[in-house]
Design a protein around this ligand. Structure first.
Ligand code: HEM
Length: 211
């Protein structure tokens, strides 16, 4: 019980901080994404900046909504007191995930690091969609524990951007690799971590099932 409380406190803190960081950084500090775009060299297709920026704004907005909606739906108190809210909020999460994936699909061909990064982003899109739909299918079949576990796996992908930037920072600043290479390692590294960490959390929660 104590372990669960620490875990949920940590998750709440990290989620709120990251939502604030994403909003402030992308809409206030660097709305033109100049710092991020300065690392894009040798793009195979010309990037239409106004369109890319608007797609990125929509991407970040729905990513933040997905993070907030996802976090709220892990609250047992809300679930017990207001099931209707949990249901509606669950659909808000689902639609937000769809919009993050859709906007990601537009941005992927221009990804920093070129084709290898683009492929990883497309894989991320497919994996995240599959996992989120699995969570929906499980609850439609009234399998509550499995629904919760698939939602833990799905929610982890809300931290894709955070993990990419942490890993990129480590390889770029820490090991001195060029930014684009560090970023590609960041995207692949995130996929691995985001598939592994949730299952560790599920095991710590003691609600592991066979699938
Ligand atoms: C849910 C939390 C997420 C947030 C807050 C977020 C935020 C961002 C931001 C701010 C950018 C602009 C560049 C940067 O600063 O990194 C970006 C780019 C991008 N994001 Fe996300 N993102 C999230 C999740 C995802 C997921 C799950 C995917 C894939 C399924 C994805 C795919 C992409 C792609 C393809 C780009 C363009 C990368 C590039 O141009 O190199 N994002 N995201």
């Amino acid at each position: 019980m104590k372990k669960q409380k620490i875990l949920s406190g940590l998750l709440t803190g990290v989620t709120i901080l990251f939502i604030l960081y994403a909003l402030v950084n992308n809409y206030i500090v660097d709305p033109g994404a100049e710092s991020f775009l300065s690392h894009k060299t040798g793009l195979k297709r010309a990037l239409n900046l106004p369109v890319w920026l608007n797609v990125m704004y929509v991407h970040v907005a729905f990513a933040c909504i997905a993070m907030a909606a996802g976090l709220l739906n892990f609250s047992n108190r809300i679930l017990e007191k207001n099931r209707k809210f949990h249901r509606i909020n669950g659909y808000v999460y689902l639609v937000s995930v769809l919009l993050v994936v859709l906007t990601s699909g537009y941005m992927a061909p221009y990804a920093t690091g070129g084709k290898i990064s683009s492929m990883a982003f497309n894989a991320l899109n497919v994996i995240w969609l599959f996992i989120t739909i699995m969570a929906l299918v499980q609850i439609k079949m009234k399998r509550i524990i499995r629904h919760r576990n698939w939602m833990i796996r799905s929610f982890a992908f809300c931290f894709t951007n955070m993990f990419i930037h942490l890993i990129t920072f480590l390889f770029h600043q820490g090991f001195g690799l060029v930014y684009a290479t560090s970023y590609t390692i960041g995207v692949y590294g995130s996929i691995v971590l985001l598939l592994v960490i949730p299952d560790i959390v599920i095991r710590m929660n003691g609600t592991s099932t066979t699938n």
